[in-house]
Design a protein around this ligand. Structure first.
Ligand SMILES: [Zn+2]
Ligand SMILES: [Zn+2]
Length: 225
């Protein structure tokens, strides 16, 4: 899979995220950490390899859909705390990147205290797990722990601000970066969505027609979320 050229790999992830995220999510919900740790770890590893939701619109759409994402952020974070069998190319660092995505794109109201999509007790346990995993070094951050360190900072910011203030402001900033016309970099605000995938959005018919001919045709899918 990783030997595919970048454009083909990107189409692969669009196909995967449009068609299989619901299945991976329901597997994660059913699997027991006590008796099916290996299968659970594989599902986490697959999710960890999906490109950033900023770049992969179907992953973004899935995470932003409260009914589809539901308890997934808590399940993913809890599996980090309980211990996952990590294997390259997806290790603890990539697992933390995935947890950051769920915090940044899922509705904070999904969590039990409404501060973040991950339940409060799991956030506390996650912060403790990160403290024990990240080596104590003064100054420079080891490159292998960049997102683990970042996640630790995000968790502190969530607890340090009232309600969901930190994540709400982060999310509106991120939405501002992606909520642009999918056409040829026109930079306009979109007010029209592709009728089939309802994912790509455009400022008008002209940009939509351009995008269809220049890439969207290959990655326009209907999803079950
Ligand atoms: Zn446009
Ligand atoms: Zn479309």
């Amino acid at each position: 899979m990783l030997i595919l050229p970048p454009e083909a790999l990107s189409i692969f992830w669009s196909v995967f995220t449009a068609h299989h995220l619901t299945d991976v999510a329901s597997s994660l919900r059913r699997l027991s950490h006590a008796t099916q740790k290996q299968a659970l770890s594989i599902a986490i590893r697959i999710l960890s390899l999906i490109p950033d939701p900023k770049k992969e619109p179907y992953f973004r759409k899935f995470l932003q859909n409260a009914t589809a994402a539901k308890d997934l952020p808590t399940i993913i974070a809890r599996s980090f705390v309980q211990g996952t069998t990590w294997k390259p190319p997806a290790g603890p660092e990539e697992h933390c990147t995935l947890i950051i995505h769920t915090l940044f794109w899922c509705d904070p109201a999904l969590g039990d205290d409404g501060k973040a999509s991950i339940d409060a007790d799991v956030r506390t346990a996650l912060a403790t797990a990160l403290d024990s995993l990240i080596p104590r070094t003064e100054g420079r951050i080891d490159r292998r722990f960049v997102d683990m360190e970042r996640l630790r900072g995000i968790l502190r910011a969530i607890e340090g601000m009232p309600g969901a203030h930190f994540l709400n402001s982060t999310q509106s900033h991120l939405r501002g970066q992606v909520d642009l016309c999918g056409g040829n970099m026109c930079g306009e605000e979109p007010d029209l969505a592709c009728s089939k995938c309802k994912t790509a959005r455009y400022c008008g018919k002209e940009c939509q027609a351009w995008h269809w001919k220049n890439g969207h045709k290959a990655r326009c899918f209907t999803t079950d979320y």
